[in-house]
Ligand binder design. Structure first.
Ligand code: NAD
Length: 360
């Protein structure tokens, strides 16, 4: 018998009414009954902060931990030191930066995620956010709700995606899918920056140009989308200096991780109008505090904010995929079978993926 601890988000009434909200504490990833019928213990909670939280109480003897990026239990070095029995940390979703991967390696804990499970969901959200920002949708909608009507006030800051130069930082599963989807908008040019090559057939299949430096991407693009994991090399990557290199009036979209972008740098750039807009669904702390400045920051014309709670990768379509994927990872572990290599982030004390920074 093993002890499995899952930290998920609370679904409340929504989860009672919608059983496909698998990622909630109420619906237990859809496999709670299976796990218990196999004789295992399954503790599920959303209580994740502080030493008295259910998470920290049960982590001390859990064998397997399941977390999600949407309501992340931060698995720090200190938590790993407490987690004496922990052998496997599963991310139900994509993005395992909430786990201290170096500390996991020291203890030879395997960290695995459900690669690819929500990459289309996020790519669609990126394209939506791009449209929302470039077309100045949010203030236009707010105007209607306010029973107002002023076309010029909206149109003075509304543009088309067609003809713009658009670039992605990271051309992995999500970044590549964003480029694929943007082709239909007939942009001036699509660019990508990544230290990893695309497979030759994938590179040939899209009309996008690789740039050698981040600076080139920053200074050339009208719209930039961030699609790389959060790791030592990307924490705070988009700071004041990086934003200053961007064109005045550019739009920045980040559905990767909040901490890749410096909180205050974005607030100031939007306020000054250097950035025309910032949008995404990821925050440097989640849930975002009520007074987080990204909630109500605006550009000088009253728009430019397309922030939402972290949900791009947790559509109902995505939830079934990451719930089934997390079950498969646990099943393999219990059966002593190897994991699908595409899902493994760290294993046997080392990085199994190249996506979390350039390493020897
Ligand atoms: P992926 O591993 O397929 O691709 C990531 C790419 O980023 C890789 O090609 C890697 O080489 C590249 N990269 C890493 N560091 C870089 C750097 N410094 N500069 C440029 N490129 C760099 O991952 P993916 O499936 O495309 O997901 C990317 C990230 O998106 C995840 O790690 C996660 O943080 C985030 N994500 C967010 C949501 C959401 O709901 N908002 C959902 C899924 C994933």
């Amino acid at each position: 018998m093993v002890k499995v601890l899952a930290v998920l988000y609370s679904g409340g009434k929504a989860a009672q009414e919608e059983s496909r909200l698998f990622g909630t504490i109420e619906n237990r990833l859809g496999f709670g009954d299976w796990l218990e019928s196999e004789g295992h213990e399954f503790i599920v909670t959303d209580d994740k902060e502080g030493p008295n939280s259910v998470f920290q109480q049960h982590i001390v003897d859990a064998d397997i931990l399941v977390t999600t990026p949407f309501h992340p239990a931060y698995v720090t070095k200190e938590i790993i030191a407490k987690a004496k029995n922990l052998k496997l940390a599963v991310t139900a979703g994509v993005g395992s930066d909430h786990v201290d991967l170096n500390a996991a390696n020291e203890r030879k804990i395997t960290v695995a995620e459900v690669s690819g499970s929500n990459v289309v969901s996020v790519a669609e959200h990126v394209v939506m956010t791009m449209l929302v920002l470039v077309r100045n949708f949010v203030p236009a909608h707010e105007q209607i709700i306010a029973h107002d009507w002023n076309v010029a006030q909206i149109a003075r800051n509304a543009f088309d995606i067609e003809g713009k130069t658009i670039g992605t930082i990271g051309a992995g599963r999500i970044g590549y899918r964003v480029l694929q989807r943007l082709e239909a908008f007939n942009p001036k040019e699509l660019l990508w920056f990544d230290y990893t090559d695309l497979p030759a057939d994938a590179a040939a299949a899209i009309k996008a140009r690789r740039v050698d430096t981040l600076d080139e991407l920053l200074s050339t693009c009208d719209v930039i989308t961030v699609n790389c994991p959060l790791h030592e090399g990307t924490r705070g990557l988009i700071d004041e200096k990086a934003i200053a290199k961007m064109k005045k009036g550019a739009w920045l979209i980040n559905t990767a991780r909040g901490a890749i972008v410096k909180r205050e740098a974005v607030v100031e750039a939007l306020k000054s109008g250097h950035l025309a807009g910032y949008g995404g669904d990821v925050w440097d702390l989640q849930p975002a505090p009520k007074d987080h400045p990204w909630r109500d920051m605006r550009n000088p014309l009253g728009g430019g904010n397309a922030m939402v709670a972290h949900y791009s990768g947790t559509t109902l379509d995505a939830q079934i995929r990451y719930a089934n994927g997390a079950k498969d990872i646990i099943k393999r572990y219990l059966a002593g079978q190897p994991q699908d290599p595409a899902n493994v982030i760290v294993e046997n004390g080392g990085y199994a993926t190249r996506a979390y920074g350039q390493r020897k």
